[in-house]
Write a protein that binds this ligand. Structure first.
Ligand code: ADP
Length: 497
């Protein structure tokens, strides 16, 4: 029996998401009663009214989180039980795939096929994986002198504030809440104002899975109100943030001005793709480089946005990447064959347009794209864009555009390639393309970035840490190392005499 493929347009027209905040195990309006209109990136149409949380709501959520933490219902629950609830949570996320994927696509404008194949399963797998870590973490015994025994154990921090961006709302929320909950913390999650809907569903599903009330709260709202209130809160023990460098700096300042809460930051990048002429398959590399920048409309922290390419092959390779970009099907995100969807909103469109104009003013030229397309769809669709004739000194090569714009820069030898790649204030990720194993290791070791991909790009798994060096931030999402971000060490010293 064949099941008809879902008609996503039809489903989108009838879905009525709940925009209320989720505090202490139930949906609530903002204390002020204020709401904001959540509009779809696809066509700008209003999806629903969402609670505009502010400092008062953050206070209520943090108090609920603290109460839950102190009760021990989660923080001191038997580990088997914590694991069981988180596993169930992961199952529910996977089961709600269609609803979550549709809401993600409506909010963000990303293709439904990616929301279905990547975002929802990625979030479910992340939660499941961290569930499995719950009863597999051991403490240590320090090598002190005989006559004493010193235990080194890990404890949860308490109340964690997670503040996330709009480009991968589900996945990045899961990267933060899964290890935070696995470690026994309570969480207050503040989704981006552009994309609050899937976070609210996550909270509902967590409660359905058996997470005690107050352990996971979601307060939608704006950065300078709800976000800042969380950052400045005296009873929040940690902020886990992903977003812009500018806001990352705010969180460091908030922590300094309030209770010195710990902070981890992932603040984007300007990731280089370093293409040596001996790359094993230049055609395959060009296709991968195109996806590395145009996937998710270029709205990806680790997007490979700087193409550094051996000058002998620079023109041909850049042209090949441009062709690959043009071949990607751009259009209605609800069409399952669409590969490139809409930019998240008008602000983002204006930012991308400004940068393309700036690149031209700086002396680069447009090889492909460079303009808004498909105005008939109602949202902001931007053609995959390649700029060539650029130098690494140009602002388009130095600043994060966060859109489908690749800047191509030639290099003459390995030393120059490494120098250019490292000549950036960011250090999130890089790609290196070469068939020479020794060169691959040499260059990977020389790059000051959190992740180096060799002959691939954006391969990602919950088992590997993700995060940056330099102004891309500090701290890591994913892998057992993420648990270190959500726990603290305690030494218990026993005298045996
Ligand atoms: P992006 O550039 O991806 O939109 P932002 O850094 O502006 O990233 O936003 C990321 C998150 O930070 C969002 O949840 C946003 O609401 C929040 N935010 C924005 N401004 C502030 C602020 N001044 N204080 C606290 N949080 C903020």
């Amino acid at each position: 029996m064949s099941v008809a493929a879902p008609n996503w347009r039809e489903r989108a027209s009838v879905i009525r998401p709940d925009g209320r905040a989720w505090i202490d195990g139930r949906p609530v309006n903002a204390a002020s009663g204020a709401t904001f209109e959540d509009c779809s990136a696809i066509d700008g149409r209003a999806i629903t009214a969402v609670a505009a949380g502010d400092a008062a709501d953050v206070d209520v959520a943090v108090a609920a989180a603290r109460r839950a933490f102190e009760s021990g219902d989660w923080s001191r629950a038997p580990l088997r039980e914590r694991k069981r609830v988180l596993r169930r949570f992961a199952e529910l996320v996977a089961q709600q795939r269609d609803e979550l994927a549709l809401l993600e696509t409506l909010d963000v404008g990303k293709p439904i096929r990616e929301s279905l194949a990547v975002d929802v399963p990625g979030a479910a797998r992340c939660i499941e994986w961290f569930a499995e870590t719950v009863d597999k973490q051991y403490g240590e015994i320090a090598p002190t002198d005989p006559g004493s025994i010193a235990l080194i154990t890990r404890e949860p921090l308490g109340v964690v504030g997670a503040v996330v961006p709009w480009n991968y709302p589900l996945i990045i929320s899961a990267w933060k809440i899964a290890p935070a909950l696995a470690a026994g913390n309570s969480v207050v999650l503040k989704p981006a104002e552009q994309s609050p809907l899937t976070a609210l569903v996550l909270a509902r599903l967590a409660t359905e899975a058996g997470l005690p009330d107050g352990v996971l709260n979601v307060v939608p709202g704006f950065g300078p109100t709800a976000g800042a209130a969380l950052g400045r809160h005296l009873d929040v023990d940690k902020i886990a943030f992903t977003g812009s460098g500018e806001v990352g700096r705010h969180f460091l300042a908030y922590a300094g001005e309030s209770n010195m809460k710990s902070v981890s930051l992932e603040c984007g990048g300007k990731s280089p793709q370093v293409i040596f002429a001996d790359a094993p398959d230049l055609d395959a590399a060009a296709a991968c480089v195109a996806l590395g920048i145009f996937y998710n409309q270029g709205e990806t922290c680790n997007a490979g946005s700087r193409l550094l390419v051996d000058h002998r092959i620079a023109d041909d390779f850049t042209a090949a990447v441009a062709r690959e970009g043009e071949a990607l099907q751009l259009g209605d995100p609800l069409d399952p064959t669409t590969a490139v969807g809409a930019l998240v909103d008008r602000d983002q469109f204006e930012r991308v347009s400004r940068y393309v104009q700036l690149g031209i003013t700086e002396g680069a030229h447009v090889v492909s794209g460079g303009a808004r397309v498909r105005e008939d769809l109602g949202g902001y669709y931007f053609a995959p864009t390649v700029l060539a004739g650029a130098t690494n000194a140009m602002r388009v090569a130095r600043e994060e555009i966060f859109g489908p714009v690749l800047v191509s820069i030639p290099f003459s030898d390995e030393a120059e390639a490494v120098a250019l790649a490292n000549d950036s204030e960011f250090g999130l990720a890089a790609g290196v393309w070469t068939a020479d194993l020794r060169r691959a290791h040499r260059v990977a070791a020389a790059l000051r970035v959190g992740t180096v991909w060799v002959n691939t790009f954006d391969a990602s798994d919950v088992t590997t840490p993700f995060g940056g060096m330099k102004r891309s931030g500090f701290g890591r999402d994913r892998s057992v190392h993420a648990l270190e971000e959500y726990s603290q060490l305690k030494t218990t010293w026993l005298d045996l005499h």
